[in-house]
Design a protein around this ligand. Structure first.
Ligand SMILES: *Cc1c(COP(=O)(O)O)cnc(C)c1O
Length: 375
């Protein structure tokens, strides 16, 4: 059908059925839960893939951020720097810990945390306890400068790499530069387990500690004994089986996402007033979502409405945290770059299951609508 729904980014299981083989193994051994060989295997395989010592499989990326903040000893009234341009899941765990977020602006060069704004924030809040950096849409942040600033101020760095599994900064995986990194396997991410997350670090002791917290902080005793607050955050052995299978096709997915991006760029760049997300020399992105910006008379809603009418999903760039009703009481350091990106940006369908024909359908639709809307 020509009018079949086209998605932004939806789950894409391997053609080979790898995921089912691992899940079947869990059934065959009746090892559905709690932990088991798929959980251990997924942790090891993901750690090897990204090049880090240790990984803990958790129920979500949000849970991983929460435990990273606990590992960083972020508590009541501590300050945490967080990019304003992100999904709320980056900021929420700061509140879970009773801490205070300070939102940092983006820069146009990366769309991610602006090092100048970060430096300004360090001067304003030298007592800051941790910094969370995000690699939005699979674009890496300016890591050298951010890592350097965190070292200079001796502050823990947490990398929210939920959207950037498969993105390399100067040849090294994003998520492995900070003291802690997190990945997400939520349904629309580049690979998915239906839902899940991973905390990674070269600090094996703290990853082990995170596993302990994630299983209700049960002390080593025959009776149920707890000396610390616990959480139910562990990934199940079935879910981990899906993850092991998906990890095998990660490179293929990145390749396809890149092709989608390059096709859009080739076909749409000529249009008046259209810009593309940045591609820096230091960055080898996973192209999770292909995003454009508009300058001129065409508005994101024009494009989104036109695509919507053709049963094609698209969405705006994340709405900045410092203008969200829930978070607007917190301080913001910057100059309105994130807001500008929000006001002018659109995420185009980047689903790896799309056929060439479907990509053409999107492109033709944008092209035809374009001329109608340019005033
Ligand atoms: C998806 C996402 C998360 C949260 O991951 P979940 O697994 O859905 O909890 C965190 N940060 C960013 C930037 C995300 O896109």
């Amino acid at each position: 059908m020509s009018n079949e729904r086209i998605y932004l980014s939806s789950p894409h299981m391997s053609d080979e059925g790898y995921e089912q083989q691992y899940v079947q193994e869990a059934f065959d051994t009746n090892w559905i839960a709690p932990l088991g060989s798929n959980v251990n295997g997924f942790e090891q395989e993901l750690a090897d893939k990204v090049g880090i010592k240790s990984a803990a499989a958790l129920s979500s990326g949000t849970a991983a951020i929460h435990l990273a903040l606990r590992a960083a000893e972020v508590g009541q009234n501590d300050i945490v720097f967080c990019p304003t341009l992100t999904f709320s899941a980056t900021a929420n765990p700061i509140i879970y810990q009773g801490a205070t977020p300070v939102f940092i602006d983006s820069d146009y060069k990366t769309w991610n945390m602006c090092p100048e704004a970060l430096e300004e924030a360090f001067k304003k809040y030298p007592e800051v306890k941790a910094v969370i950096v995000v690699h939005l849409y699979g674009l890496s942040a300016d890591l050298d400068r951010i890592v350097e600033l965190c070292n200079q101020y001796n502050v823990t760095l947490i990398e929210d790499a939920a959207e950037s599994l498969g993105t390399y900064y100067k040849g090294k995986q994003t998520g492995t530069f900070g003291d802690y990194g997190i990945f997400s396997f939520n349904g629309n991410k580049i690979i998915t387990t239906s839902g899940g997350g991973m905390l990674v670090s070269n600090n094996e002791e703290m990853v082990e500690k995170a596993r302990f917290w994630a299983t209700q902080s049960r002390d080593q005793a025959r009776h149920y004994q707890h000396s610390e607050l616990g959480f139910n955050y562990r990934m199940s052995n079935v879910v981990a089986g899906i993850g092991r299978g998906q990890l095998k096709v990660l490179n293929e997915r990145v390749q396809k996402k890149k092709e989608i991006y390059e096709t859009y760029k080739q076909e749409l760049s000529e249009l008046d007033g259209i810009g593309f997300m940045p591609k820096n020399d230091f960055d080898d992105p996973n192209y999770w979502l292909s995003c454009i910006t508009l300058n001129g008379s065409v508005k994101p809603t024009d494009i989104m409405d036109a695509l919507d009418a053709e049963n094609i999903e698209s969405r705006p760039i994340w709405k900045p945290m410092h203008i969200q009703p829930y978070f607007k009481q917190y301080d913001f350091v910057g100059e309105g770059v994130a807001e500008k990106l929000f006001e002018t940006g659109v995420c185009l369908p980047s689903d790896t299951k799309m056929t060439d024909k479907q990509v053409s359908r999107i492109i033709n639709n944008i092209k035809s609508m374009w001329w109608l809307n340019v005033k």
